[in-house]
Design a protein around this ligand. Structure first.
Ligand SMILES: Nc1ncnc2c1ncn2[C@@H]1O[C@H](COP(=O)(O)OP(=O)(O)O)[C@@H](O)[C@H]1O
Ligand SMILES: [Mg+2]
Length: 265
C-alpha cells in the first residue's frame, strides 16, 4: 500500500473531523494574471461545531466558503468532509447567502423546497418537512405568501429554512445578516443560535461583525488581509444559550476588544 493510500484510509476513519481544510490555497486566473485570494490555510471544524470566520473585506472569506461547498476547487491542498474529498457541489452541504435570492414567483413554501427540486430528490413527504422548518424559523403563517410580502429579515429566514431542507450535515453561511437593519440582525443572531442548537448542524459562518461572531460561535477564526491566512483563533466559552444580555457582560466586551485590536495597525 502506498503511503498516500494509507493516509487516505486514516483520514476517512470515524475520528476524521467534520470539515477540514489541509494547507489549501486558491489562486484565481484573471485577465490580468494570477491572483492568490486565500491561504495557505489549515482549518479543522468538529461535527456540530459553530465556527465563525472574520477578516477584512477581500481577504478571501467568500472564497473559503465556496471551497467548502465544492463550488471551487483549491489550487493546492485538500478539503475533506468526514475524511472524503469535497469535489463538486454536494448534497450534504447547505448554503445561505448574504441576499436570500428567493424566486419571486414561488411561494415561501415552494422556495424552501427548491433545493430538493433542483436535486430532483423531492417527494411529497417533503412538504411536511418544509412546514416544520418554516415553523422553526417562525414563519408558519407565511408559507403561502410570496417573497415580496415579507420583510428582509423574514426573507432571510426563508433562506435559512431552504438551506436546511435537504438535511445537510454542514451549513455554510456567507454574511447572511449583512443586509439587515441592526435590530433585526440581533434578533436573527439569537434565532440562528436556537436553530443551530435544535438542528445540531456544523456551521461555518462568515461575517465581518466581531460581536456577531462572538455571540454565535464556539470558535472564531481571524483571517489576515488577502490572501487570507489564519492570524488568530479564539475559543468562545460564554455559556449557552447566549442572549442579548450576554453581550453586556465584561467577558463578551473583553473578547470583542481583543479581536478588534487584531485589525488596528
Ligand atoms: N471569481 C473571481 N475571479 C477573480 N478574482 C476573484 C474572484 N472572486 C473573488 N476574487 C478576488 O479574490 C479576493 C477574495 O475575494 P472574496 O473571497 O470575495 O473576499 P471576501 O469575501 O473576504 O470579501 C478579492 O481580491 C477578490 O477581488
Ligand atoms: Mg465575501
Amino acid at each position: 500500500m502506498s503511503p498516500d493510500v494509507a493516509t487516505d484510509k486514516a483520514a476517512s476513519s470515524a475520528s476524521a473531523p467534520g470539515l477540514s481544510f489541509e494547507d489549501i490555497t486558491l489562486t484565481y486566473r484573471t485577465r490580468r494574471g494570477l491572483h492568490q485570494a486565500l491561504g495557505p490555510l489549515t482549518l479543522r471544524c468538529d461535527d456540530g461545531e459553530f465556527v465563525a470566520v472574520i477578516g477584512p473585506s477581500g481577504c478571501g472569506k467568500s472564497t473559503l466558503l465556496k471551497l467548502a461547498s465544492g463550488l471551487l476547487t483549491p489550487t493546492t491542498g485538500h478539503i475533506r468532509l468526514h475524511g472524503k474529498p469535497v469535489s463538486g457541489p454536494r448534497r450534504d452541504v447547505g448554503m445561505v447567502f448574504q441576499q436570500p435570492t428567493l424566486l419571486p414567483w414561488k411561494t415561501v413554501h415552494e422556495n424552501v423546497l427548491m433545493p430538493l427540486k433542483v436535486m430532483r430528490s423531492y417527494r411529497s413527504s417533503d412538504n411536511e418537512k418544509a412546514d416544520r422548518l418554516l415553523a422553526m424559523v417562525g414563519l408558519s403563517k407565511f408559507a403561502q405568501n410570496y417573497p415580496y410580502e415579507l420583510s428582509g429579515g423574514m426573507q432571510q429566514r426563508v433562506g435559512i429554512a431552504r438551506g436546511l431542507i435537504h438535511d445537510p450535515q454542514l451549513l455554510l453561511m456567507d454574511e447572511p445578516f449583512a443586509a439587515l437593519d441592526a435590530l433585526t440582525r440581533e434578533q436573527m443572531t439569537i434565532e440562528l443560535q436556537s436553530i443551530w442548537q435544535a438542528s445540531r448542524k456544523s456551521v461555518l459562518f462568515i461575517t465581518h461583525s466581531i460581536p456577531e461572531a462572538v455571540i454565535l460561535a464556539d470558535r472564531v477564526i481571524v483571517l489576515s488581509a488577502g490572501p487570507g491566512r489564519i492570524i488568530h483563533e479564539e475559543r468562545i466559552r460564554i455559556p449557552r444559550p447566549r442572549d442579548l444580555s450576554s453581550m453586556a457582560t465584561p467577558e463578551f466586551a473583553s473578547i470583542c476588544d481583543r479581536l478588534r485590536r487584531l485589525f488596528v495597525h
